[in-house]
Every structure is written in C-alpha cells, then in structure tokens.
Design a protein around this ligand. Structure first.
Ligand code: COA
Length: 165
C-alpha cells in the first residue's frame, strides 16, 4: 500500500522551517501532497499560485527530491475531504512550541472525526522554532535581512512584492 500524506498550510510564504518539515516528511511517506490552503481569516501577501510556485522553486533550490511530491491548492472545502479523496492517511503538521500544539490539537481531532485521517506532528528543527511567515514579511518590509529564514527564491519574490506595493 502506498503511504500518502498531505502537508497543508498557508505558506505565505514557506519558510526554511516549513521546507525542513517537508524534506523530512518525504523520508516517511511514499507521496507527500504540498497543499496551499486558503485561510479566510488571513489576508495573504501572495496569491495561492504564487505561494505554490515559490515552494516549487525553493524545493529545487534546496535539492529536495521532488519525486514523492505533489503540489496543489485548496481554495475552499475541507482539508479532511481533500485527504479522503486523495487516499491520504495522514496530515503533516510542523510544531515549533507548545502553543502550536494547543492550536493544532482541536483541528487534528476534528479532522479525525470528519474522515478518520491522522495528524502527524513533526518538531521543527532546532534553531528555526521562532520563525514564522508573518515575522519574515515584517522583517523584510522593514528592510531587515531574511536570508536565514527563507530561500533565495522566496527572498526575491518578497522584495518584488514589496517594491510593487
Ligand atoms: N516553520 C515555520 N513556521 C511555521 C511552521 C514551521 N515548521 N509551522 C507553522 N508555522 C507558522 C506559519 O508560518 C504560520 O505563521 P503566520 O501565522 O505568521 O503566517 C503559522 O505557523 C500557522 O501556520 P499556517 O500554515 O499559516 O496554518 P494556518 O493556521 O493558516 O492554516 C490550515 C491551517 C490551512 C491547515 C487550516 O486552516 C485548514 O485545515 N484549513 C482548511 C479548511 C478546514 O478543513 N477547516 C477545518 C479544520 S479542522
């Protein structure tokens, strides 16, 4: 049986923290769907297509094996339903601190109620536990160096976006 997982998130943009989790997930599953999810409670800087493209470019830049990866977006509908339709048994969630677990725990339980899908929590790499997409955007907007937190591809896209605004 093929073991399939979905790695969902807003990824606005994906940081090196997200990409580290993704790389490690490919070692555990035969197929990993990177799913850019529209979160109506957030006002994203990038469109879903732009976010997905940045992940593809970042994966290439980091030399991650792309053969187990599938890339998709979810503009509406349930994550649990996406997992069910695509035969995925697991959702991958990265956690940085206990606060992430508190936020993620009810979602994992509801997703399990909805479709039986399991959530696998992976601890973020030491040293990247304080990185978030919002912080990266804020530092970049204020002229700070974000090269420790994101790939060159993402860094470049953020600069383009900021210059255009
Ligand atoms: N490294 C760096 N940052 C990380 C990280 C890691 N390993 N893991 C999480 N983060 C950060 C993100 O950067 C983000 O930070 P930000 O708020 O500063 O942007 C934050 O943690 C939250 O992660 P994000 O990927 O944005 O998740 P989310 O909370 O927006 O979305 C979904 C979670 C999309 C998976 C959830 O809303 C969902 O499932 N939606 C689909 C609809 C649905 O099924 N709803 C019912 C759910 S039970």
């Amino acid at each position: 049986m093929k073991h399939i997982a979905v790695y969902p998130g807003s990824f606005d943009p994906a940081t090196l923290g997200h990409l580290g989790i993704l790389k490690r997930a490919t070692k555990l599953f035969d197929e990993v769907h990177v799913l850019v999810v529209h979160n109506p409670s957030k006002q994203p800087l990038f469109t879903s297509a732009e976010r997905l493209n940045m992940i593809k470019q970042s994966v290439r830049e980091l030399g991650v094996d792309i053969s187990p990866l599938r890339f998709s977006t979810l503009e509406s509908g349930l994550l649990a339903e996406y997992a069910e339709v695509h035969g995925a048994h697991a959702l991958i969630k990265g956690f940085r601190t206990v606060a992430d677990i508190e936020y993620e725990l009810p979602m994992s339980q509801v997703n399990n109620d909805l479709s039986g899908v399991e959530t696998i929590f992976m601890a973020s790499e030491p040293g990247l536990g304080y990185v978030s997409s919002s912080l990266v955007k804020e530092v970049a907007a204020l002229g700070g160096d974000i090269s420790k937190y994101v790939t060159d591809a993402v860094s470049q896209k953020i600069q383009e976006k900021l210059n255009a605004s």
